[in-house]
Design a protein around this ligand. Structure first.
Ligand code: AMP
Ligand code: MG
Length: 407
């Protein structure tokens, strides 16, 4: 019996364990999810400093200054970023100061250089009145000591890593990237440029799945190819279960006569595998189970099916294991610039399409052509999946829920 996509996905998500957190260097942490709140141990910026190149002054000394009647101040020093302030600024005095330099004692404002004129003999003419605090970035203006800067569960983006670096962190406690083994199965498979013998094809699923993993923030582990033979499949699976947080296989999960993957997984899982028929096209068959604590995804062998199955099941599950809250791709209601005809068959069709934002502010999609589950080139042209519900399809100009894979 076929089960709906949502039900199959719930079954998978409910069974996948959350990975234990560990410290990771900042350079490795992009895209990982924090496992504890990060609290600032110091203020940023650590000292009041100038946001402009100009002169540090006492604001009161600029009262009434205009281009016609500038205030004349004695320049008593120069401060570059990185220097500690030496001379205080007394009444009638100014210090030449560069962006990022600390505000000297006595000064309470900065006049930007564009509002000044040098006046020979160590003096400067200020041509505008400025208020106290002008162009000064106070200590702690970005973040204060003791402040929670990142809650637990934050997916680290580049700016988050910058915040952590500004606080002196060299590592951060995150859920690790899932290590995921990828195994291809099938007697027909060869790889590389070797000449094909009759009946052989090249393994395209493994490179695709390893790349999808990388794209999803996981570390892929290449488990190679296994022949359609129980010993071969079992050996590779055992290796994967030993060293990986999850294992993905492709091939051998439908109802063919040589589907040894099924026999091996049933044995290793002690009967805990689910052999699902999901009401979607492509990617109807899915094997899933947790084997000795490690989720195993048995994806169908057809290249497009294995990709769509990865997208529907493995990717959200692996994201959940890594602590993400947003598991799914962004979904929009898109306008079908091509009709997406289909026949009723009890399944949700995931049509490969191109999606582009139109001048009307809506996403518009077009079919990439060949929707066969073996037609990988058409899929390679797609950047979205249109979720075409059971029925006659979507007429040209109609709207359809669409998952944006990459835009
Ligand atoms: P299976 O699920 O093993 O019955 O395979 C279904 C189809 O996918 C068959 O045409 C296989 O030859 C093809 N196939 C299986 N594994 C791969 C692979 N790794 N790369 C490319 N095609 C594959
Ligand atoms: Mg096969």
């Amino acid at each position: 019996m076929m089960i709906p996509l949502e039900e199959a996905r719930r079954l998978v998500l409910d069974a996948c364990p959350l990975l234990e957190p560990g410290p990771v260097p900042l350079s490795e942490a992009l895209g990982c999810v924090t496992a504890e709140a990060v609290v600032a141990t110091e203020a940023v910026p650590p000292f009041a400093n100038t946001a402009m190149d100009g002169y540090a002054v006492r604001a009161a000394d600029t009262a009434g200054a205009t281009p016609e009647a500038p205030a004349r101040l004695a320049v008593v020093g120069t401060l570059a970023a990185g220097q500690a302030p030496l001379e205080p600024v007394g009444p009638g005095q100014a210090v030449r100061i560069m962006t990022g330099a600390p505000l000297p004692e006595g000064a309470d404002a900065v006049v930007m250089v564009e509002l000044t004129r040098e006046d020979g003999a160590g003096a400067v003419l200020v041509t505008a009145e400025v208020p106290p605090g002008n162009h000064i970035r106070p200590a702690g203006d970005d973040l204060q000591a003791g402040q929670e800067v990142l809650p637990a569960g934050t997916e680290l983006r580049p700016a988050h890593l910058g915040v952590l670096a500004s606080l002196g962190y060299s590592q951060v406690l995150v859920r690790p990237r899932p290590r995921v083994g990828v195994l291809s199965t099938g007697d027909e498979l060869v790889e590389g440029g070797e000449k094909l013998r009759p009946g052989q094809i090249r393994d395209s699923n493994r490179p695709t799945l390893l790349a999808l993993l990388r794209d999803s923030g996981c570390d892929g582990v290449d488990l190679g190819r296994a022949k359609d033979a129980e010993g071969d499949i079992e050996e590779a699976l055992e290796r994967g279960l030993d060293i990986c947080d999850a294992v993905i296989t492709s091939g051998g999960v439908s109802v063919g006569d040589y589907d040894y993957t099924k026999a091996v997984l049933d044995r290793l899982s002690e009967g805990a595998m689910h052999w699902l028929q999901v009401a979607i096209k492509p990617a109807k068959p899915l094997a899933f189970g947790v084997v000795r604590g490690t989720p195993v995804f048995g994806l169908p062998g057809n290249p497009v099916s294995s990709m769509v199955s990865f997208e529907c099941f493995a990717r959200p599950a692996l994201r959940a294991m890594a602590g993400h809250h947003h598991l799914h791709r962004p979904e929009v209601m898109a306008v079908a610039d091509d009709g997406l005809p289909r026949r009723p068959d009890g399944k949700l069709h995931l049509d490969r399409v191109t999606a582009e934002a139109g001048a009307d502010g809506r996403f518009h999609i077009r079919s990439v052509g060949g929707q066969g589950s073996h037609q990988l080139l058409a899929t390679a042209r797609a950047n979205a999946l249109a979720l075409v519900p059971d029925g006659p399809g979507i007429p040209r100009g109609g709207t359809v829920r669409t998952l944006l894979l990459h835009v």
